[in-house]
Design a protein around this ligand. Structure first.
Ligand code: ADP
Ligand code: 5GP
Length: 183
């Protein structure tokens, strides 16, 4: 059987990275290392969490059509290099992408066989609490992200194959794990 392209997406603060971190650990899945022009946070390693590259190099990748998808988020570029994806799938291994929603839309268009999972917060109120608790987002940004989240949630049933509500983190991980291993 060919490898599967597994896409995890959802609003900012819904818990994508918390869930994916745990899932990779449990299932030992291949993770797609994105390219980005943002700076590394403490503890993040080049080639492991992201490929941290310059704006110029990123724009060259766009120009040369080397990205499966890309988006501007918070004034920074983020994108999925296409070649490692193709190599992994040809090797008949699954690969997991954790990306925001503009990118998920592009994957849907270009890879109709991708299996797409939407991580939803239990409510917008809870999403707001989590964004505030995480503490890396300004008040103004939080207002914007909540508004964007509302429209993303409305669009999700059409775009995604599965919707996972991240109320309890452990349960959300198990639910996604079950969906991935069952197919
Ligand atoms: P995303 O990657 O989607 O932006 P994060 O994984 O960074 O979201 O999660 C946003 C914040 O919410 C983090 O501070 C995280 O620790 C917290 N969080 C994630 N899942 C839960 C949950 N089920 N219950 C409570 N807090 C959570
Ligand atoms: P962060 O800067 O917090 O690591 O990521 C910001 C947002 O960019 C998150 O929603 C994350 O899922 C998303 N992201 C990470 N890599 C990619 C990518 O390659 N493409 C797209 N479209 N989004 C990405």
């Amino acid at each position: 059987m060919a490898g599967r392209l597994l896409v995890v997406s959802g609003p900012s603060g819904s818990g994508k990275s918390s869930i994916v971190r745990e899932l990779i650990e449990r299932l030992g899945l291949e993770f797609s290392v994105s390219a980005t022009t943002r700076l590394p946070r403490p503890g993040e390693r080049h080639g492991v969490h992201y490929n941290f590259i310059s704006r110029r190099d990123f724009e060259a990748m766009i120009e040369n059509d080397e990205l499966l998808e890309w988006a501007i988020y918070n004034n920074r570029y983020y994108g999925t290099p296409a070649a490692p994806i193709e190599e992994t799938l040809e090797d008949r291994r699954d690969i997991l992408l954790e990306i925001e929603i503009q990118g998920a839309r592009q994957v849907r268009e270009r890879k109709p066989d991708a299996i797409m999972y939407f991580i939803a917060p239990p409510s917008l109120e809870e999403l707001e609490k989590r964004l505030r608790r995480r503490g890396d987002t300004s008040d103004e940004d939080i207002e914007d992200r909540l508004e964007i989240a509302e429209s993303e949630i409305a669009e999700a049933p059409e775009l995604f194959d599965h919707i996972i509500i991240n109320d309890n983190l452990d349960q959300a991980v198990s639910e996604l794990e079950g969906l991935i291993t069952a197919r």
